[in-house]
Design a protein around this ligand. Structure first.
Ligand code: PLP
Length: 419
């Protein structure tokens, strides 16, 4: 079938940059790797691997305490990463950037520290039906601890847009609104600025889960107008074990600590402790210094490539994948049909078990993810136990989508037993 989409430029940024990612050059089961599991984690460019290796070989020491040269270098690198993350999110101040293990820990930090200080029985927390378990379970735990209640913004059909018609009623009397920027299961891009503005007008604190948008498009916490934003380094070409929580300064200053330990205090007696100002108040213990170094290298790399160009490439490959997949008879495709969408396509093929599909695809070098993608309540709502998800980064190409489609055709023939 002839593609309705405009032809891609003769050489895309993907062709130009794939060589920067050593993992992409390998063969899996005798086939060139097609890595379509980027929503789970992205591959790492050599610049990130080199920066981390150099850190351990030359600058390794603990931070914020050394009077020696290595300690000073490590501290400068760690705090330099904080400056870089602040610029990446256009945060008004570097003190508003807290390093965490990732999106999950960032969200737990807010739920624990902000929640404990602000919620009382009967207070409402508003979420959406499309949240990743990371942006659901911490609020369930908080609700259980405080007696607060959860309310959910509904998701409309397989296209997966939020039904905002009842938003005013849902927000009435609520204390906090937490929602994902881009759904990891549907690819829906939620209207962040509008949601934050409506919450702010009602005096409600906002938390944005940017796990799937960080590194995919330019992010600007001022333009979004959010109070908190959480993201993971490993989904943006950085290492695992490092993430960011952005928090508005006044809120961070008023919050109690998340964990206790070294680094987060100014003075300790047997009876009690005085705490540092943010961000250190929220970073107890030795942090992931090499992770921060790797994250900085990743953000520099993404900045050099250019986030608008990255976004355009992901949009192109995603639209192309959606169009090619629609050729399969009876396929059920989730997520927005038109307009902006995150870099993924989730599908159910009639008569084909998603796990069989992924296993056989892997035998032919194609890595996709199947399951509920940590959005089990959403899958319950959609009435499917599992979907097969192909998710893209800017190093993926239309040619890889074509290979994926060929592999799918072959797999379907095998599973249905036709020649
Ligand atoms: N939120 C969304 C939308 C995600 O897609 C993910 C990971 O897939 C997370 C949160 C959790 O991220 P992490 O496992 O890096 O903490």
């Amino acid at each position: 079938m002839q593609s309705r989409l405009a032809s891609p430029p003769t050489t895309s940024i993907a062709d130009a940059l794939r060589g920067d990612f050593p993992a992409l050059a390998q063969r899996i089961n005798g086939h060139p790797l097609v890595y379509f599991d980027n929503a789970a984690t992205t591959q790492k460019p050599r610049a990130v691997l080199d920066a981390m290796r150099r850190h351990y070989e030359e600058d390794n020491a603990n931070v914020h305490r050394g009077v020696h040269t290595l300690g000073n270098r490590a501290t400068a690198a760690y705090e330099g990463a904080r400056d870089r993350a602040a610029a990446f999110l256009n945060a008004p101040a570097r003190e508003e950037i807290i390093f965490t293990r990732g999106t999950t820990e960032s969200l737990n930090l807010v739920a624990t520290a902000w929640g404990a200080a602000h919620l009382k029985p009967g207070d409402a927390i508003v979420l959406t039906e499309m949240e990743h378990h990371s942006n659901l379970v911490p609020w369930q735990l908080l609700a259980r601890r405080t007696g607060a209640v959860l309310r959910f913004i509904p998701v409309l059909g397989d296209e997966g847009r939020l039904d905002l018609t009842g938003l005013d009623a849902l927000l009435r009397g609520a204390r906090l609104l937490a929602f994902t920027h881009i759904s990891n299961a549907l690819g829906t891009v939620n209207p962040v600025a509008e949601l934050c503005e409506r919450a702010r007008a009602a005096g409600i604190v906002t938390v944005v889960d940017a796990a799937q948008s960080a590194g995919h498009m330019p992010l600007d916490v001022r333009a979004m107008g959010c109070d908190f934003l959480a993201c993971s380094g490993h989904k943006a070409c950085g290492p695992t074990g490092i993430g960011v929580l952005y928090g508005r300064r006044e809120l961070l200053e008023a919050m109690p600590p998340y964990q206790g330990g070294g680094e987060m205090i100014t003075r300790v007696t047997f009876e009690g402790a005085e705490y540092q100002a943010p961000p250190h108040k929220f970073e107890a213990g030795t942090p992931n210094i090499a992770g921060a170094v790797g994250l900085r290298a990743a953000l520099d790399y993404l900045g050099q490539v250019g986030l608008p160009a990255i976004h355009a490439q992901i949009q192109d490959v995603t639209a192309y994948a959606r169009e090619r997949l629609s050729e399969f008879r009876g396929i059920r495709i989730f997520g927005p049909r038109e307009g902006a969408r995150g870099g993924l396509v989730s599908v159910v093929l009639p008569g084909v078990h998603a796990l069989d599909l992924a296993t056989l695809a892997d035998q032919q070098g194609v890595a996709i993810r199947v399951g509920h993608h940590c959005t089990q309540p959403l899958h319950d709502r959609l009435g499917v136990p599992a979907t097969a998800r192909a998710s893209f980064s800017f190093y993926n190409t239309r040619a890889e989508v074509d290979r994926f489609v060929t592999v799918l055709e072959r797999v379907i023939r095998m599973l249905k037993g036709s020649p």
